[in-house]
Design a protein around this ligand. Structure first.
Ligand code: DTR
Ligand code: ZN
Ligand code: ZN
Length: 322
């Protein structure tokens, strides 16, 4: 019987003592004297995703771009080095990794797929992000943030030895900036049965914008509600994502009938006064003034947004894979 508590309730003083005693009793006897029968097993609680770990990956992506012509774009050395970095971490953590190659614009591109051993392979929960940048810069917010958070969530699964009911698969897409090329190639090369086995695809493209909004995709209602529940739990208001229908890697999955969802902190659109009032930041300024520019570096990140979205990512992976 899983005894973990799915939500953290602040408890202080005498109440804390009472809870501590009750929990101790529960662990020793399996029940609390005079209490109702032990509650039904609850889902394992998602870990807090260490934002320092996510930022360490961003630092690596920045260094990779600096060592490879200033970018991590499709068909360039910076992309291959980014993929090798992510793959090395996953291989060391026990994932089964696959590199899928394709051609776009006369250059070879690559998707990285990482399967966590175990779970029902007829129910595959996927979380993904595009790993490529535009050629004009290192692409740290777009989309180092999504790539780093998905990587850290995968590593958190390994650290926890998590064994959910569903099978977990993580993905890093190539050539998104050329038109969702890598993710579309992946979906198009799945059999109909392979597509039907995917219970959901969670997309993370720009989740650390410097002047952030908190946007939730409104495609699949269950996935949308899962993310909304997380943000409601930390007291952060969200809005429906409207800037990107079809503009990121969830689109090929949605077109194939796979339930999709995701998170986004904004790109070139301007934050309104009403949004600044609820989220902070600067009204009348773009959510990310460095979108697709050379200034999209590790200085172009809002750590609070990155932290919150990384934790929401982990929460959704745990919640939707049970
Ligand atoms: N296509 C993304 C940026 C982007 C623009 N709107 C949205 C909405 C949801 C996710 C991403 C985006 C890119 O330039 O990579
Ligand atoms: Zn982009
Ligand atoms: Zn992007």
């Amino acid at each position: 019987m899983k005894l973990s508590v799915p939500v953290t309730v602040p408890v202080t003083g005498r109440a804390a003592v009472a809870v501590a005693v009750a929990v101790a009793t529960l662990f020793t006897t399996g029940s609390i004297a005079g209490a109702a029968p032990a509650a039904e097993p609850v889902a394992a609680a998602a870990p807090d995703l260490p934002v320092a770990g996510v930022k360490a990956h961003l630092t690596q992506f920045q260094s990779i771009a600096a060592a490879n012509g200033g970018n991590r774009a499709h068909g360039r050395a910076g992309y291959t080095a980014s993929l090798n970095y992510v793959k090395g971490k996953l291989d060391a953590a026990g994932f089964t990794t696959t590199v899928q190659s394709f051609t776009s614009g006369g250059r070879t591109g690559y998707n990285l797929i990482a399967d966590w051993p175990g779970g029902d392979t007829d129910q595959v929960l996927m979380a993904g992000s595009h790993l490529d940048s535009v050629s004009s810069g290192p692409g740290i917010n777009d989309n180092g943030t999504g790539s780093a958070a998905v990587l850290e969530a995968a590593l958190a699964v390994s650290r926890a030895g998590y064994q959910p009911t569903k099978h977990l698969r993580f993905a890093w897409w190539g050539a998104e900036e050329l038109g969702l090329v890598g993710s579309r190639y992946y979906v198009n090369n799945l059999s109909a049965a392979g597509r039907a086995r995917i219970s959901g695809y969670l997309n993370f493209d720009m989740i650390g914008s410097p002047n952030p909004g908190y946007f939730v995709y409104d495609d699949d209602p269950t996935i949308e509600q899962t993310f909304k529940d997380y943000f409601a739990g930390i007291g952060v208001a969200t809005e429906i994502e409207t800037e990107g229908d079809g503009r990121s890697d969830h689109a090929p999955f949605k077109s194939a009938g796979v339930p999709v969802g995701g998170l986004f902190t904004g790109a070139s659109r301007t934050k309104t006064a009403a949004q600044a009032a609820k989220w902070g930041g600067t009204s009348g300024q773009a959510f990310d003034r460095c979108y697709h520019s050379s200034c999209d570096t590790t200085s172009n990140i809002n750590d609070t947004a990155l932290d919150r979205n990384g934790d929401a990512l982990a929460y959704a992976v745990w919640e939707l894979s049970e």
